[in-house]
Design a protein around this ligand. Structure first.
Ligand SMILES: [Zn+2]
Length: 467
């Protein structure tokens, strides 16, 4: 049987797969930092070379144009590839991203971020879990089919972008210009988490995001707080007051219309979430916080998965040096974001926020407001045959049936694919909350990595049978 051969290939190459992953991880593909632009190209070339060596008949490194800032500028390339054509079989699109988050604060890393090491069956390094280690499981699974059966039993299109951590601007532009290239029955994405250790999951929902920056300007220069304080508006005082007013005591966002599109879950759906294994105490103890907070009337899990939120991501202004300086700063700034749920429009929320803040600006300050990026939330049905095929593949590989969960994170480009291509969304996350993605000492379980490769290889067979 073809799948037995595939499984043997996976067993024989398991160690090599881990070594090969480290090659990709060593390339510092930090999309947010422009000095890493040559590394972005190297990362894309590495993937394209690997896919070519596997024997795929069509592999391309597509240049992109990023128009998200309003002006057209060169984006990072998209690696695109296709497996040999199989008439009458479904077409799936495998999405992943080869870019990674910056590494700061670098001093908190116990091992260098771009020199991956395996300790206790976990691989440490930037991008191990998010997303190089996850995306490549589908590459290795496909390699096994190519090397044993000559091709996978269905049509696979690979799409690996290099801007997920910034804007996905290049891929978004490509998707608008060439939607037929990405046409598919189902989209497979491994860029999310399992429910917990040995609790694999199919993620059926993602939150969206609306990300904004605000700068308040007061007097034409920094002033002496003794001479001017109390008479001239301090932009830092103004900014902190406005941002603090954004959420009320019940955890409700105060922007008018913010909750208008939000669909409330049925009692049954909420009960399903409540039945999921979740240890609240362990959750906050792991974070070393004294408890959890959030919107009144919802559980911690609901607050993380199905409710929209507001968070300040960064705030700056005024004196931050050693000692004290009695200054009334001329400017204050912050970056903040809303996590959104399906039916909330990110741009509309940014506009409403801008209008809400404008009304609250005290005398003596002006505002510059920038909507940086956004994406909608996504939902897929657990009854979809492709979703069920994915669940069966995961169960076979992990030995336990996956939970159907949601993820509080956002993958705005997935929302765009949902809008333009409208495939069944198969979010098969292999990560764990403990992976510390976006933080120092990011890591990924090598056992989950191996099970992920196996589940992907099985998934190709199961998806091929969906009519
Ligand atoms: Zn990611």
């Amino acid at each position: 049987m073809a799948l037995d051969e595939v499984k043997k290939y996976l067993r024989d190459n398991a160690t090599l797969f881990e070594a090969t992953l480290t090659e990709l991880l060593k390339i510092p593909t930090i999309s947010a930092e422009s000095e890493h632009r040559p590394d972005m190209l190297r990362g894309a070339e590495w993937l394209a070379d690997y896919l070519t060596k596997m024997g795929l008949p069509m592999v391309e490194v597509l240049p992109t144009v990023d128009r998200t800032s309003g002006e057209a500028k060169a984006g990072n390339p998209v690696v695109y590839a296709e497996t040999p054509y199989v008439a009458g079989a479904p077409t799936i699109l495998v999405y992943g991203h080869y870019d990674v988050q910056p590494v700061d604060p670098i001093e908190l890393w116990k091992t260098p971020p771009f020199e991956p090491v395996i300790q206790n069956r976990r691989m440490y390094g930037r991008g191990t879990s998010d997303d190089k280690g996850q995306l490549i499981t589908h590459v290795f699974a496909t390699e096994a089919w190519m090397k044993t059966a000559g091709r996978p039993p269905l049509n696979i299109r690979f799409c690996f972008e290099g801007e997920e951590e910034t804007s996905s601007g290049g891929l978004e532009d490509l998707l608008q210009r060439e939607p037929q290239r990405f046409a598919c029955d189902a989209m497979v994405v491994s860029d999310t988490c399992q429910f917990g250790p040995n609790r694999p999951a199919i993620t059926c929902g993602l939150r969206g995001i609306s990300y904004c920056e605000i700068e308040l300007t007061g007097p034409n220069r920094d002033l002496h707080s003794g001479t001017f304080g109390g008479a001239v508006t301090n932009p830092v005082n103004a900014l902190t007051r406005i941002l603090a007013d954004m959420i009320d005591a019940d955890g409700r966002v105060q922007i008018p219309g913010f909750y208008d599109g939000v669909v409330e879950l049925t009692a049954e759906e909420r009960e399903e979430i409540r039945r999921m294994p979740f240890d609240e105490r362990a959750f906050f103890e792991e974070l070393e916080v004294t408890g959890t907070i959030g919107e009144k009337g919802y559980t911690t899990t609901e607050r993380r998965w199905i409710r929209p939120t507001f968070d300040i991501n960064g705030i700056w202004g005024g004196f931050q040096g050693e000692g004290s300086k009695t200054v009334l700063p001329a400017k204050a700034s912050a970056k903040f974001s809303f996590r959104l749920v399906p039916n909330q429009d990110p741009e509309q929320i940014a506009n409403a926020t801008k209008a809400w803040i404008e009304k609250r600006l005290p005398t003596g300050v002006t505002m510059k407001f920038t909507y940086l990026h956004g994406g909608r939330g996504v939902l897929s049905s657990t009854a979809n045959p492709f979703v069920r095929a994915a669940a069966a593949a995961v169960e076979e590989a992990f030995g336990v049936a996956p939970l159907y969960m949601r993820d509080g994170g956002s993958i705005p480009i997935i929302a765009k694919f949902a809008e333009v291509v409208n495939p069944a969304m198969l979010l098969v996350g292999l990560g764990l909350d403990m992976d510390q993605i976006h933080s120092p000492n990011e890591s990924f379980s090598m056992d989950d990595f191996q099970k992920g490769i196996l589940s992907s290889a099985i998934l190709w067979e199961k998806l091929a049978l969906v009519k």
